[in-house]
Design a protein around this ligand. Structure first.
Ligand code: HEM
Length: 265
C-alpha cells in the first residue's frame, strides 16, 4: 500500500493520544508518590509507607529504609520529568532545559534502578522470586537504554538518541504499566482471578510481569518499523494496535487512581 498523508496523520495522532493519556496517568501516580511518600518522609512519619505494604518501613533495617526512601523520592522526579523530555516543542524551544533535565533524568534512572535492585534482591519484591527476577530485568533494561541514550547524545547521533530515549521511557514506565494493567484486570473481573491475593503470586501475575517489563520493548520496535515504513499498511495497523492499548490504559488508569492510589492518601 502506497504511503498517504492520511496514514501518516493517523499514525501521529494515535501516538499523541497514547502519550497524552499515559502522561496524565503518570501525573496521577506522581501525585500519589508526592502526597504519600514525600510528605511522610519529610515529616519523619515513616510508618505511613506501610499503608501500601507492611514491609516498606522496617524498624530493624536502616539501610533498606534509606534505599526505599531514595527509590520513592526519585520515583516522583522521573515520572514527572521523563515524558516531558520527548515533547518536541520543549526540546526545540529550550534545548538547554532539555539537556539539564536529561542529565537529571539519566542519573535518576541509574539510581532508581540501583535502589530498586537492592530492594528486589536483598528485601525481595512483593510477588516472590518470579517478580523479583522480572523487575530486576526491568532495572537492567533501564540501565542499558540509559547508557545508549547518553552515548548517542554525546556522539550527536540524534536519530539513535531519540530511539533509545523512547526505549528508556517505556522501560522506566514498566512499574507504572504493572499497576495500570493489574487494575485493568481487576476492573474487568472484580475479583482476584489467576492469582492469590494473600501471597500476590499466580499465573496471571507472571504473565503480567513479562507483559509490562519486557513486551513493551517489542512494541517500540514495531513503532519504529511502522514510522519508517514506505507504505501505509503498517502505519494503519500500528495505529489500531496503539488505539486498543490506549483505551485499555485509560480504563486501567481509572482503576488504579480510584482503587489503588487515591484511597491511600
Ligand atoms: C523507574 C521507575 C520506577 C518507579 C517510578 C518506581 C516506583 C516505585 C514506588 C512508588 C514504590 C512504592 C510502592 C507503591 O507505592 O506502589 C516502589 C517500590 C519498589 N520498587 Fe520501584 N519504581 C521504579 C523502578 C523500579 C525498578 C527498576 C525496580 C527493580 C529493579 C524496582 C523495584 C522496587 C521494589 C522491589 C519495590 C518494593 C515493593 C515491591 O516489592 O514491589 N522499582 N517503586
Amino acid at each position: 500500500m502506497k504511503q498517504t498523508p492520511a496514514a501518516t496523520r493517523i499514525f501521529q495522532y494515535s501516538a499523541r493520544f497514547w502519550f497524552t493519556v499515559t502522561y496524565l496517568g503518570q501525573l496521577i501516580f506522581a501525585y500519589y508518590i508526592l502526597m504519600l511518600y514525600w510528605t511522610s518522609t519529610a515529616l519523619g512519619e515513616f510508618e505511613n509507607w506501610n499503608k501500601v505494604n507492611p514491609h516498606f518501613y522496617r524498624k530493624d533495617d536502616l539501610t533498606g529504609n534509606i534505599f526505599f526512601a531514595s527509590h520513592v523520592v526519585l520515583a516522583a522526579i522521573v515520572t514527572i520529568l521523563g515524558p516531558l523530555q520527548l515533547v518536541n516543542g520543549i526540546r526545540s524551544k529550550w534545548p538547554r532545559l532539555h539537556r539539564v533535565c536529561g542529565r537529571i533524568y539519566i542519573y535518576s534512572a541509574f539510581l532508581i534502578s540501583a535502589a530498586g535492585l537492592y530492594l528486589a534482591l536483598v528485601r525481595g519484591a512483593v510477588g516472590g522470586p518470579f517478580s523479583t527476577a522480572t523487575v530486576s530485568i526491568n532495572g537492567a533494561i533501564i540501565m542499558l537504554c540509559a547508557f545508549f541514550c547518553v552515548r548517542y547524545a554525546r556522539q550527536r547521533n540524534i536519530p539513535l538518541h531519540n530511539r533509545w530515549a523512547i526505549h528508556l521511557l517505556i522501560a522506566m514506565s514498566g512499574v507504572w504499566f504493572f499497576r495500570v494493567f493489574f487494575m485493568l484486570w481487576m476492573v474487568i473481573f472484580r475479583a482476584p482471578v489467576g492469582f492469590d491475593p494473600e501471597t500476590f503470586t499466580g499465573p496471571f501475575l507472571y504473565v503480567l510481569d513479562v507483559f509490562v517489563y519486557i513486551f513493551p520493548q517489542a512494541i517500540v520496535v514495531l513503532y519504529f518499523k511502522a514510522k519508517f515504513s514506505a507504505g501505509s499498511f503498517k502505519k494503519y495497523l500500528f495505529s489500531c494496535l496503539l488505539l486498543i492499548i490506549t483505551l485499555a490504559t485509560a480504563v486501567g488508569i481509572f482503576g488504579a487512581a480510584g482503587g489503588m492510589w487515591l484511597p491511600k492518601l
